[in-house]
Design a protein around this ligand. Structure first.
Ligand code: NAD
Ligand code: UDP
Ligand code: UDP
Length: 319
């Protein structure tokens, strides 16, 4: 009975994706009813196959750019392709997913009075002139480049979230997610962690784009999901935007060397051209998350790479 009263009906858009599937698992374990919504553009049923028989799990094939009428208490809006290869495949659809998707989910939240979480991104800072990036930094984003469909789509979604709060009093939660990795990343989405691990396991050349001195900060998925849940459960007055990421900063050369070491790979490092508008450095300032959510990532890069490598080993063997 006590469990019943604490059970919330939670909608997770993009629930069959990398982060979404981990979030479904976490919230089911916490005793909630989950509606996992996905159009399977980049997500796959494999990610949630183990949850399909759970009595409190429901899978719904739907595209967030179309209206949706369900009754829920909370919405986590994660639907959006996240890797450059995928979001640039159909850039118009990417913007629609971020913008129309946000409008529909905010409309749903307004009608049901649900609390609503937005998976925003460090890409809202673009190629930053401020380092590390605090939430108060407005960013340096190219509005007309190949990454703009994603960056500007996510920026507009943030605008919509804050306007729905100002105009309609919605309870919103906006997380700016920095590069996250872990099991269930796509093996061929072109992201650096998945690329390097797959290349290393196959003893193929590891591809450094540019000179490999650009930096990123990598957060393990379990740490990130803990941050999501803390933000959603934080005081109503705390809306974010709040950075969620691991402040440990590495060059791509350092990442390649670590992956090589952990896999015992014979791969050589080779250089390929740097993609357009590729940010030179990125590191979250997590002061706000620490103060407001008492959240701090606990998993070090090497600790998180190990289960990720095991996941890719299994995946490659199964193929
Ligand atoms: P992902 O591609 O694995 O997941 C996105 C999911 O959304 C997929 O299952 C996809 O099929 C679904 N989707 C896409 N368009 C949709 C639509 N129109 N309607 C319904 N479903 C749709 O990516 P991810 O890494 O799990 O990212 C999840 C969210 O987190 C995204 O919004 C992304 O922008 C954000 N994010 C992720 C990272 C990261 O490092 N993984 C960093 C910053 C932000
Ligand atoms: N919407 C939805 N589900 C709902 C309520 C609204 O998908 O339960 C969509 C609806 O199609 C609308 C959008 O959300 O286009 C924005 O809704 P809102 O009420 O803010 O705007 P309005 O309907 O007044 O345009
Ligand atoms: N990168 C790389 N080799 C690869 C894939 C990516 O050197 O095989 C670089 C890429 O140029 C970028 C960094 O790794 O500087 C992170 O790329 P990713 O696409 O994972 O994330 P994002 O650029 O969105 O942070």
């Amino acid at each position: 009975m006590e469990n019943y009263s604490r059970r919330s009906r939670i909608l997770i858009t993009g629930g069959a994706g990398f982060l979404g599937s981990h979030l479904c698992e976490r919230l089911l374990n916490d005793g909630h009813d989950i509606i996992c919504l996905d159009n399977f553009f980049t997500g796959t049923k494999d990610n949630i196959a183990h949850l399909l028989d759970h009595p409190h799990f429901e899978l719904m094939r739907h595209d967030v750019t179309f209206p949706l009428y369900v009754e829920v208490d909370e919405i986590y809006n994660l639907a959006c392709p996240a890797s450059p290869i995928h979001y640039q495949f159909d850039p118009v659809q990417t913007t629609k997913t971020s913008v129309h998707g946000a409008i529909n989910m905010l409309g749903l939240a307004k009608r049901t009075r649900a609390k609503i979480f937005q998976a925003s991104t460090s890409e809202v800072y673009g190629d930053p002139e401020v380092h590390p990036q605090p939430e108060s930094y407005w960013g340096k984003v190219n509005p007309i480049g190949p990454r703009s469909c994603y960056d500007e789509g996510k920026r507009c979604a943030e605008t919509l979230f804050f306007d729905y709060r100002r105009q309609h009093g919605l309870n919103i939660k906006v997380a700016r997610i920095f590069n996250t990795y872990g099991p269930r990343m796509h093996p061929n989405d072109g992201r650096v962690v998945s690329n390097f691990i797959v290349q290393a396991l196959r003893h193929e050349p590891i591809t450094l784009y540019g000179d490999g001195t650009q930096t990123r900060s990598f957060c393990y998925v379990d740490d990130l999901i803990e941050g999501f849940v803390r933000l959603m459960n934080a005081d109503d007055g705390f809306t974010g935007p709040v950075n969620l990421g691991n402040p440990g900063e590495f060059t791509m050369i350092e990442l390649a060397e670590r992956v090589k070491g952990l896999t015992g790979s014979r791969s050589e490092l080779i250089h390929k051209p740097l993609p357009t508008d590729d940010p030179k450095q990125r590191q979250p300032d997590t002061t706000l998350a620490r103060a407001q959510l008492e959240w701090e990532p606990a998993v070090k890069l090497e600790e998180g790479l190990q289960p990720t490598i095991v996941y890719f080993e299994r995946l490659l063997k199964a193929r």
